[in-house]
Design a protein around this ligand. Sequence first.
Ligand SMILES: C[S@@+](CC[C@H](N)C(=O)[O-])C[C@H]1O[C@@H](n2cnc3c(N)ncnc32)[C@H](O)[C@@H]1O
Length: 212
Amino acid sequence: MTNQESLQHPRFARTYLKIAREADRRGGAEHRRRLLDGLTGRVLEVGAGQGRNFRHYPDTVDHVVALEPDETLRTAAEQAAATAPVPMTVRAGHAGELPGEDGEFDAVVYSLVLCSVGDPAAALAEAARVLRPGGRLRFYEHVRSPRRWAALLEDAVTPLWRRAAGGCHPNRDTEAAIRAAGFTIDHVDRFGFSFSPLAPDTTHIIGSATRP
Ligand SMILES: C[S@@+](CC[C@H](N)C(=O)[O-])C[C@H]1O[C@@H](n2cnc3c(N)ncnc32)[C@H](O)[C@@H]1O
C-alpha cells in the first residue's frame, strides 16, 4: 500500500538532483518546455521532484499545485517554486490520493513519474477524477522500447533498476496505460533520448490527452 513513508528514497533523490540537471542540459529542458506549452488555468503536477519543470510554466497558467512525496526533492522544489514565473504551491502527497475536488483542475502533469508509481491505473483514475470534463493530461515519460530485444533487456534489468532508482520501471507501456484509463490521446511524440553520455538512448514520449 502506498503511503508517504514508502516513497522516501533519499539516496536516489540526491543522485537525481544531479542527473536531472545534466539531462536538462542535454535537451531535457526543451522537452519540459514542450510538455507545458499552451497550458492554462489551474494545474496539478504529480511527483514534481525538485521542480525542474517550474520555470517552464507559461504565464497563461493561473496556479500550479505541485505534489512531491520525497522530502529531499520536495525541499528543493520549494526553493524552485520561489522563483517560478507563475504562482505555485508545493505539497506532500502521492499519485494514489490526489488533493482536490472532483473536476477541480484544468490540467494534470506527469513528468517522468508514471514509470515509478506503484499502480499507474489507480494514479490515472485519480487524475481523471480531479480533471474537469475536457481537462488535459500532459505527459513526458520514458517508456518500453518498441524494439523486441531492447524491451526484453528492459524487462531483465527492471527488478534491479527499480531498487536502485526510486521504484522506476524502464519497461512500462505508459501510452497504452493512458488509453486504457479512458483518456483520448490528442498527440504524442516518440523519440530516443539519453539522460547522460554514459546511458543508452531510451524511448521517450511527450504528449497530451483529454479526460474521459
Ligand atoms: C525521475 S523523478 C522525476 C521528477 C520530476 N517530475 C522531473 O520531471 O524531474 C520521479 C519522481 O516521481 C516521484 N514519485 C514516485 N512515486 C510516486 C507516487 N506514487 N506519487 C507521486 N510521486 C511519486 C518521486 O518522488 C520523484 O520525484
